[in-house]
Write a protein that binds this ligand. Structure first.
Ligand code: ATP
Length: 193
């Protein structure tokens, strides 16, 4: 079973594209979703995050205040590195256990926004990059999350530019509202099975 990473900048549509693969019967591990879940449920992760960010980072229901964490790490690279050193190994381990349930499949997808930035590309056999022009991505996220242009730009600042990621990828899906996505997915699926 091959492990395929699927990535793309914020608003590129990687979750939307991953859903097309799911329709073809390909399991998708949503690393960003599981990272959030693990922050709220894994006792060791919670303990470490409290040590790094203080007990107040968890609310009365013991859920992590992700907005506050994002604000802190945005202006403090050391804290960002510490956060990553806790979250990435925990998600990796969780992902490895998830994989065991899907060993009969020809391949699985691992969806992650910062696959290259986090070094997660080293743990997959091939990478699919979902690409879209920056302005389209901005508009999609502003609409989806009801946030400002500046807020999306700030999130984009922590991600590598598309060109750098495309150069390191094995497949590229262009999701620019012009080119059809499904034929591009089918072409890659054929190559992978
Ligand atoms: P994030 O990194 O923020 O999780 P993402 O790359 O997973 O973003 P999606 O959530 O899949 O992106 O897409 C962003 C928004 O754009 C969503 O509201 C989605 O419905 C919309 N979208 C994505 N692709 C298309 C498309 N081809 N046509 C129309 N809408 C699209």
């Amino acid at each position: 079973m091959k492990k395929i990473g699927i990535t793309g900048g914020i608003g590129s549509g990687k979750t939307t594209v991953a859903r097309v693969f799911e329709q073809l019967g390909i399991p998708v591990y949503h690393a960003d979703y599981w990272a959030k879940e693990i922050m709220n449920t894994d006792p060791l992760v919670k303990q470490r995050l409290k040590e790094i960010f203080g007990n107040a980072i968890y609310n009365s229901e013991d859920k992590a205040d992700r907005k506050r964490i994002a604000e802190i790490v945005f202006s403090d690279k050391n804290k960002l590195n510490e956060l990553n050193s806790v979250i990435h190994p925990a998600v990796w381990l969780h992902g490895e256990n998830w994989l065991k349930q899907h060993e009969d499949k020809p391949y699985i997808l691992k969806e992650a926004a910062i696959l290259f930035e986090s070094g997660g590309n080293k743990g997959v056999d091939k990478v699919i990059m979902v690409s879209a022009p920056k302005e389209i991505r901005l508009q999609r996220v502003m609409k989806r999350d009801n946030v400002t242009h500046e807020e999306v730009e700030a999130r984009m600042a922590n991600q590598w530019p598309d060109e750098k990621k495309i150069a390191l990828s094995d497949f590229v899906i262009v999701n620019d509202d012009k080119q059809l996505v499904i034929p591009q997915v089918l072409e890659i699926h054929q190559q992978l099975i």
